[in-house]
Design a protein around this ligand. Structure first.
Ligand code: GRF
Length: 197
């Protein structure tokens, strides 16, 4: 006899991204065709962001919002409640997640950061700024960090770090590309692990 069970439903992921969207695309591709994990939506705060074009090529709805909808009117939070995600993934999202959303989805929000936290994190430490700081400090090693989100930038508990060398001739762009390779590999796999165990 067939019985229905919520455990048979796919785990639902919501992605937040505001940039080029290469991590969002890596995640969408990884789970395309999966019956166990579904990317339910991509939330983006920047009209014209590359991520919106990337997502348009897949069967994933995107939702564009502004700062007031995130921080004041509760529009973003209500939309998340409606979507009931099992996991919210900040994949290149630069704004601070409001405390009310962090509390409501406690333990269900993760972020990816292009350096080895706790170093080179915090407000303003994103994209090329982050890689430039790593190079300026003469680091021999960099990498990426996936961590839980709390109400402070880049301060939540670590989930996974992966490492790569910093080479003498690196520019921020070259180092960013090396770190992104790690990100694209590990982010979908960490999501899989968190969703499916
Ligand atoms: C990534 O380096 C990620 O670690 C950081 O922002 C960048 C986003 O890149 N949070 P993309 O938009 O996924 O290409």
């Amino acid at each position: 006899m067939l019985t229905s069970s919520t455990s048979l439903l796919p785990k639902r992921i919501v992605l937040f991204a505001s940039g080029g969207g290469s991590n969002a695309e890596a995640v969408i591709k990884h789970f395309a065709g999966s019956t166990e994990v579904k990317v339910a939506a991509v939330f983006c705060n920047k009209a014209g962001a590359g991520v919106l074009d990337k997502v348009a090529a897949y069967q994933v709805p995107s939702f564009l919002f502004n700062r007031a909808e995130l921080n004041e009117t509760g529009v973003v939070e209500q939309k998340l409640i409606d979507l009931a995600p099992d996991l919210i993934v900040l994949a290149g999202f630069l704004w601070l997640m409001p405390a009310s959303i962090v509390e409501r989805f406690a333990g269900k929000i993760i972020n990816i950061h292009p350096a080895l936290l706790p170093n080179y994190g915090g407000k303003g430490m994103h994209g090329q700024h982050c890689h430039a700081a790593v190079l300026a400090a003469g680091e021999k090693q960099s990498g990426m960090t996936i961590h839980y989100v709390n109400p402070e930038y880049d301060k939540g508990d670590l989930i996974l770090q992966a490492y790569c060398p910093v080479k003498p001739a690196d520019t921020p762009e070259v180092l960013a590309a090396r770190v992104l390779q790690l990100e694209h590999y590990y982010l979908p796999r960490v999501i899989e692990q968190l969703c499916l165990g």
